[in-house]
Ligand binder design. Structure first.
Ligand code: COA
Length: 115
């Protein structure tokens, strides 16, 4: 399949009703209204995605939106052969234990960055 040049913000899906977009310039995966987001830092020369923070507005919590953000980010990491550091506690303590198939992507066995 042909691929188009990568714009700064690319629709990447995410499941459910929420459309998740990749905001490459701000290192985020976010909803179109930008109110819910997952923020990351790229480390080790592009080989590692350190997931720093996940945020969902209180009115939208408990509906799996954070997990859709995670799936978009982890799919991106997998597609780019990156491993993942789950610095964000939502990812390490909730998402990964509930979705253990993603554990194979975790860098150096749950190592968290010092941020
Ligand atoms: N760390 C780990 N798990 C958390 C959490 C946290 N700080 N806050 C909430 N959770 C868990 C809840 O226990 C909930 O479990 P339940 O399903 O048994 O009720 C689960 O996340 C909800 O999952 P989901 O619906 O996918 O998440 P969400 O869309 O409600 O968003 C947060 C979850 C954490 C992103 C949202 O509560 C938030 O923005 N909190 C404030 C910022 C924050 O603490 N971010 C995480 C640390 S960086």
């Amino acid at each position: 399949m042909a691929t188009s040049p990568s714009p700064s913000s690319t629709a990447v899906g995410g499941g459910g009703n929420a459309k998740i977009v990749w905001n490459e310039s701000q290192n985020r995966f976010e909803t179109e209204d930008k109110k819910a987001f997952l923020e990351y830092e790229v480390r080790n020369g592009g080989k590692v995605m350190d997931i720093l923070h996940t945020f969902v507005p209180s009115s939208k919590r408990g509906q799996g939106l954070a997990s859709h953000l995670c799936i978009s980010a982890l799919n991106h990491a997998k597609a780019h052969s990156m491993s993942v550091i789950p610095t964000c506690s939502y990812v390490s303590d909730t998402f990964l234990p509930r979705n253990p198939s993603w554990n194979s992507l975790v860098y150096a066995e749950d190592l968290k960055s010092s941020i």
